[in-house]
Design a binder for this molecule. Structure first.
Ligand SMILES: [Zn+2]
Length: 279
């Protein structure tokens, strides 16, 4: 997991691109609430900067206003799809190679979808606010759905706010058996991770079902580790086999972040006497 980049402000210019291209009935409806949206954008930006997004309350919009706001993102005409697709492409293009390759929410799949961090069904005014849009995979997007806070506390990682590289928090333990391995993942709080951030990380992992998804996928890196050792000269020495696995974990972490689940599997295998002994 690595931070995601966000389009820099000012954000009103993007809103105005929608205003200028959207069909007339919607345009008129939006024009009447433009000032209100501008104020909401400012509120979002302030709370984003102060990391107090969870204090943002939903506002009431009448049905026709909500429809026009959501149309900016969901509308299917050419008029609205031009500014929307331009914006979405820009968000994807802005990301470093690693975040173009993998969904940072899970580190499993390609980020072919866009998550509305604050759900657009509850906060329709943020449907096309660049600061609220993050690339992620379809699966994470549907698992997260409208969830992002619970009891007034944020419970999903915001990859533009939270420093997920501050310390290692994802660990794997493996009881290796050549006929099948028992794999468990867990989170541990390093002292440099605040209890609040740790709660956010826990909420994120629970909601997106990451422990189970990693367990299901763990046969991949286990086979990869087996093949890596088979193709390296180790002389049968455990300490050499171990150092090969750790070196591989380190290089994966350099690319994908220190909480990359595949690297955690390699670290766990490096600590498994049974795996180091195995042929
Ligand atoms: Zn994902």
């Amino acid at each position: 997991m690595k931070p995601l980049r966000v389009i820099p402000p000012p954000y009103i210019q993007y809103l105005d691109e929608f205003f200028n291209s959207i069909e007339l009935p919607y345009r008129q409806r939006l024009a009447r609430i433009r000032q209100r949206i501008v104020l909401r954008y400012q509120e979002y930006e302030n709370k984003h900067r102060l990391d107090t997004l969870e204090a943002l309350h939903a506002q009431t919009w009448i049905a026709s206003q909500k429809e026009a706001l959501l149309y900016c993102y969901d509308g299917d005409t050419v008029d609205v799809s031009v500014p929307r697709d331009t914006l979405i492409n820009r968000i994807h293009q802005l990301q470093p190679a690693v975040s173009k390759e993998k969904c940072q929410y899970c580190m499993l799949s390609e980020p072919k979808s866009i998550d509305h961090f604050l759900p657009k069904s509850i906060f329709p005014e943020f449907a096309v606010l660049p600061l609220n849009l993050f690339p992620c995979c379809q699966y994470c997007n549907s698992k997260k759905f409208t969830f992002w806070r619970r009891n007034g506390s944020r419970r999903i990682i915001n990859f533009a706010i939270d420093n997920v590289e501050v310390a290692r928090f994802l660990y794997c333990e493996i009881e290796y058996d050549p006929r099948g391995a028992r794999v468990e993942f867990e989170l541990r709080r390093h002292h440099s991770i605040s209890p609040r951030l740790f709660g956010i990380i826990e909420g994120h992992f629970m909601r997106l079902g990451l422990f189970d998804r990693y367990k299901d996928a763990a046969t991949g890196p286990i086979s990869e580790a087996q093949s890596l050792l088979r193709n390296s000269f180790t002389g049968g020495f455990k300490f050499i086999r171990r150092s090969i696995l750790l070196r591989h974990a380190n290089s994966q972490e350099e690319v994908y972040g220190i909480n990359f689940w595949r690297a955690a599997v390699f670290r766990a295998l490096a600590e498994s006497r049974e795996f180091l002994r195995a042929d």
